[in-house]
Design a protein around this ligand. Structure first.
Ligand code: ADP
Ligand code: 5GP
Length: 185
């Protein structure tokens, strides 16, 4: 009998490189399933509905929450984000390694509802480098960057709550470490 894989949660401040690491990892290991969240934020250039996120209205998000369809949800820097519960449970039942890329508030909720989940924190090499990455991505206005940096201070302070911390100096190294934690390699 194959062991049911553990749910892995990857969190860390906005701009630390979570999406970059996950994309790199999945290029070589597409068998890792990344949950697609629902969000009320507007798409960035190149983001596709159903691939990067399910882009929903405020009313649709209200309904998902009211119907208990989200495993967890949180408000982050002015928008709401949530993980559809059904797809996560189906993939775990089928023995597929599942990864959630969510914020700190969501990671705490998953810890409460799924004790077996493994929580991984992605840390920047330094505060200055985090600011550089978030600004350099060029996808947010100065106001949004400020909100995200304020949230980043709270997120960084919560690092000890996580089971494991990885420092994103090299995307390749972190992707490899994450795969090992998920028992994929
Ligand atoms: P997040 O998903 O955590 O918000 P992104 O993956 O969008 O962050 O990365 C933010 C920016 O940092 C992007 O421009 C990305 O190319 C860059 N980046 C990610 N990882 C590294 C790294 N190890 N070294 C240098 N730049 C990186
Ligand atoms: P972004 O707008 O940069 O895509 O994401 C902003 C933050 O929301 C990131 O920290 C990201 O991990 C988090 N996030 C994305 N999806 C979810 C989700 O479903 N739930 C929660 N709690 N956070 C999410």
């Amino acid at each position: 009998m194959t062991e049911r894989p553990r749910l892995t949660v990857l969190s860390g401040p906005s701009g630390v490189g979570k999406s970059t690491v996950v994309a790199h990892m999945r290029k070589e290991h597409p068998e890792v399933w990344l949950s697609v969240s629902a969000t009320t934020r507007t798409p960035r250039p190149g983001e596709q509905h159903g691939v990067h996120y399910f882009f929903v209205t405020d009313e649709e998000m209200d309904k998902l929450i009211a119907n208990g369809e989200l495993l967890e949800w949180a408000e982050f820097a002015g928008n709401r984000y949530g993980t559809p519960r059904g797809a996560v449970l189906e993939h775990l039942e089928a023995g597929v390694p599942v990864l959630l890329e969510i914020d700190l508030q969501g990671a705490r909720q998953v810890r409460e509802s799924m004790a077996e989940a493994q929580l991984v924190f992605l840390a920047p090499p330094s505060w200055e480098e985090l600011v550089r990455r978030l600004t350099g991505r060029g996808t947010e206005s100065p106001e949004v960057i400020e909100r995200r940096l304020a949230a980043a201070k709270t997120e960084l302070a919560a690092e000890p709550e996580f089971d494991t911390s990885l420092v994103n100096t090299s995307v390749e190294d972190v992707a490899r470490e994450l795969l090992a934690l998920m028992n994929v390699v």
